[in-house]
Structures are given as structure tokens and as C-alpha cells.
Design a protein around this ligand. Structure first.
Ligand code: PMP
Length: 461
């Protein structure tokens, strides 16, 4: 069955399919961290549905919540009508939200994917402000629909200013650390101050507190606070895309809590549906200027997903799984850094909580002389104030070593051979990503690291 299913699907499915190319497995059963394939092989799943499965596969509380709805005779599809299931979900969601937002928030069900919620958020801030421009960041990923794409990666759109996202390892300014983050913040201000930038009065700023698809790049807390200060001072709604970072993943229930900022809009999906599709935008109530029907849709709030989501949010909260992600994640990162000490091809190990990335580099490569420097010393003075930077510098230029996507792909293959599923991502497809469920045990984490180390050893040979 295994081979036949793989063959038929690769013959008939769109060339756009992604994960199935790198992971030729046919999952038939799953529980917690473990997936079993049609060929009888078992895998430790550190992809977790691209960071969706906070509680792993088929967690009993999630299954129980879904069964309860199925057995109750409740309707499974009711558009956006009020239901007890929805009421329970919204109550639990508001219980977890950062207090500064929860006290004055509205929730809008979008659906069913993260990109739909991004779409709604962009439309919302444009409607509320009457403006069109957007501030977004290099390396960002917000989804694949047209609006979300505008704000993602290196897509270019006249209405979107692409600003440097701070990064230690491949600092766009070649300096790294707090100074690099400071320069990135200055750059943002200089664009907003420039009369010719075209985005002096944007409709909003959208950011990920930790870039996930961009290669697991956590934003420094201080930079997050600077973005909040800059946007507040200019009445620009700040949208935090917590599609991937939410629900305990980074070691706080919501990743914005690390910096203590309160965004005006939060975009949530993935884990909030407890493994079923669900996406919402939560925003300050004074932004709620929609006319009824201004952003409608048939599938806004699947009842089963809401029930699974309520169970997931409550379980993460009651069992302090965010704290668990913080301690286990930092231990895993420490262990991976010592692995990087043995293998020069691991250029960087970074992450927050259980969102971890290893960047593979060409250990032989020499990038000396390719570092970029800021145009002039900055010492409290904004970079390029008054002139919009022509282009954000290529973040690759600040790297000590070139990214090695082939090696990352080889590590992923070797991991799979050892029964470990990992994701590869990042701006240069050179980052092996670990997104295990927050329920992963110490023993399982040790097994993951053992298999990964073994895979690196083989791939790097
Ligand atoms: N925003 C972020 C931060 C994401 O990581 C993703 C998905 N990886 C999305 C938006 C889009 O979500 P979806 O794939 O469900 O459309």
C-alpha cells in the first residue's frame, strides 16, 4: 500500500505539493510525538503539522472534545451563528490573551487557515485607518494568499516597505547583537520619516515575534519594544502574527509576552484549532469598524476545531506547557550548541522555547570581505535619516559562512532514515527546524537529539 499510495499521489497531485516531496511517508496512525507509516515504520515527528500540534497527535483531551461534539448531535456547520461550542472557545481564548488586549478586544473568525486570518488583519487595518501602505520585514512569512504574500519574504509591492528584521547571525548590517537590532530600528524610523518613502502613513506594521519559515529567528525583546514605541507614536496599528509562535510554543503563551508589548491586532491559527483548521484575528475594539458582511465567508469557525481548540488552550494553560517549552527548549538549544562545537557545518543554533533551528553552512566557504557595514557610524543617529534606503541589504552578506541548503536537505533525509521527521526552512532553505509538541518527554527529546546528531555526522561526512 505504501508504495502504491506514494506513486498515485505523486502522479496525480499538483506540482505545488511541498512536504510530501521531502518526506515520502504514508502516515496511517499517530499518537503524541509518534507517527506510524503504512510500511510499519515509526517516526518521531518534530514537524508537528508545521508547528500545529501543541499536544502532539491525537491527544486524549482533544479526541474527547471532538467526540463530545459528535455525540451531542450539535450541528457541525452553522456559518458564524452563536453556539455553545463557540462560546466556550471564545471564553477560553480570552482567558489566555495578553491582559492589555483581552480587556478591550474583539475576535473575528476567519477561515480556515492562517493566511485567511492574515488577509483579514491586513484588510481590517486598511479599513480602520483608511490608509493602504504596510510595513513588513525581510524574511517574513505570512501565508500564500495574495494579501499575505504582499507582506511576506522578498515579494515586492509598491505599497509595502520591506524593513530589515534584526538577526544576530546574519545581521543585515554585519554587526549583530543589540547594535544590529538598534540599526534595524533606526532603519524603520528613517523610512517613516522620509517624505519620499511612500509609506510615511502606513495602514499597519505586521511582524512575527519569532520568524518561523524565515529560519527560526527570534526578535530581540528590546527591538519588539522599539517597534511598539515607533508604531504607537505614529498611530500605526501593530499586527503580531502569532500563527506559529502562539499557544506556548516559544515558552510564553503568546510570544509577544516575552517583550511585554501589547499589539493592536493578533493573528492566530495552527495550534488554536487543536489540529483542526481554525483561524482568528483578535484586535482592539476601536479598530472594529467593519460594516456587517464586510469580511464574510462560509467556513468561519468549524465547530469541531473550536472544541479541539478549547481543549488544547485549556490543557496548555492548566499544565503550564509554555514554561515546560521554555525549560526544555533552552536545554535542547544548549545541547545542540555543543553539537555545533563539534561540527563547523552547523553555523548557528537558535530558537525560543520549542521552536528551534540549526543553520547549516558551507564549513569550507570563506565569506571574508563580504560583510556589510553600516553607511556610517550610528551613535544614536538614525541610519540614512531623510533618505529611504534603496534596498534592504541582503542578510546573507553579513554571514561568516555561506548557507548550505544541500547539506540541510541531506540532514533531513538522514533524519528520516533514522525515524525522525524534521522540517527544512529559512531564507536560504538551510535551516533544519524542530517544532516538537509541547508534551514531548525528556526521554523523547534525548532520542530526537541522538538521532539528529547521528544524521548530522553522516550527512556532513
Ligand atoms: N503566518 C505564519 C507566521 C506562519 O508560520 C504561517 C504558516 N506557516 C502562516 C501565517 C500561514 O498559515 P497557513 O499555512 O495556515 O495559511
Amino acid at each position: 500500500a505504501h508504495e502504491g499510495i506514494l506513486r498515485r499521489q505523486s502522479a496525480r497531485e499538483s506540482a505545488a505539493r511541498t512536504y510530501a516531496r521531502a518526506l515520502p511517508i504514508v502516515p496511517v496512525r499517530a499518537r503524541g510525538l509518534t507517527i506510524e507509516g503504512a510500511d510499519g515504520r515509526r517516526y518521531l515527528d518534530c514537524l508537528s503539522g508545521a508547528g500545529t500540534l501543541a499536544l502532539g497527535h491525537n491527544h486524549p483531551v482533544v479526541l474527547e472534545a471532538i467526540r463530545k461534539v459528535l455525540d451531542s448531535g450539535a450541528p457541525l456547520h452553522v456559518l458564524d451563528l452563536a453556539t455553545p461550542v463557540k462560546d466556550a472557545f471564545v471564553t477560553e481564548l480570552f482567558h489566555t490573551l495578553p491582559r492589555g488586549l483581552a480587556d478591550h478586544a474583539r475576535v473575528q473568525f476567519c477561515g480556515p487557515a492562517g493566511t485567511d486570518a492574515v488577509e483579514a488583519a491586513l484588510k481590517l487595518v486598511r479599513t480602520a485607518t483608511g490608509r493602504t501602505g504596510l510595513l513588513a520585514f525581510t524574511g517574513a512569512y505570512h501565508g500564500m494568499t495574495a494579501g499575505a504574500l504582499e507582506a511576506s519574504g522578498d515579494a515586492s509591492d509598491v505599497r509595502v516597505a520591506r524593513l530589515p528584521y534584526p538577526q544576530d547571525y546574519r545581521c543585515p548590517f554585519g554587526v549583530g547583537g543589540p547594535r544590529g537590532a538598534e540599526l534595524a530600528a533606526h532603519w524603520t524610523e528613517s523610512v517613516l520619516d522620509d517624505p519620499k518613502s511612500g509609506v510615511r502613513h502606513p495602514a499597519g506594521m505586521i511582524l512575527e515575534p519569532v520568524q518561523g519559515e524565515g529560519g527560526v529567528i527570534p526578535a530581540p525583546d528590546e527591538w519588539m519594544r522599539r517597534m511598539r514605541t515607533i508604531t504607537s507614536a505614529r498611530s500605526i496599528p501593530l499586527i503580531a502574527d502569532e500563527v506559529q509562535t502562539g499557544v506556548g510554543r516559544t515558552g510564553a503563551f503568546w510570544a509577544v509576552e516575552h517583550s511585554g508589548i501589547t499589539p493592536d491586532v493578533m493573528v492566530l491559527s495552527k495550534a488554536i484549532g487543536g489540529s483542526l483548521p481554525l483561524a482568528v484575528v483578535v484586535y482592539r475594539d476601536d479598530l472594529d469598524v467593519w460594516e456587517p458582511g464586510a469580511h464574510a465567508g462560509t467556513f468561519r469557525g468549524n465547530q469541531l476545531a473550536m472544541a479541539a481548540g478549547t481543549a488544547t488552550l485549556a490543557y496548555v494553560r492548566e499544565n503550564h506547557l509554555a514554561e515546560r517549552a521554555a525549560t526544555l527548549g533552552s536545554r535542547m538549544i544548549t545541547q545542540l550548541r555543543s553539537l555545533a562545537g563539534e561540527f563547523p557545518c552547523i553555523g548557528d543554533v537558535r530558537g525560543r522555547g520549542l521552536m528551534i533551528g540549526l543553520e547549516f553552512v558551507d564549513a569550507e566557504g570563506d565569506c571574508a570581505g563580504r560583510r556589510v557595514r553600516p553607511d556610517r557610524p550610528v551613535d544614536g543617529e538614525p541610519l540614512n535619516r531623510g533618505t529611504t534606503p534603496a534596498a534592504v541589504p541582503d542578510s546573507r552578506a553579513g554571514s561568516p559562512r555561506p548557507a548550505d541548503p544541500e547539506l540541510a536537505a541531506a540532514v533531513q533525509r538522514e533524519c528520516l532514515r533514522r525515524g525522525l521527521i524534521v522540517e527544512v526552512g529559512g531564507r536560504h532553505a538551510s535551516v533544519v527546524r524542530l517544532l516538537p509538541p509541547l508534551t514531548i518527554s525528556d526521554e523523547q527529546a534525548a532520542a530526537v537529539l541522538d538521532r539528529l546528531a547521528d544524521a548530522v555526522e553522516t550527512a556532513a561526512r
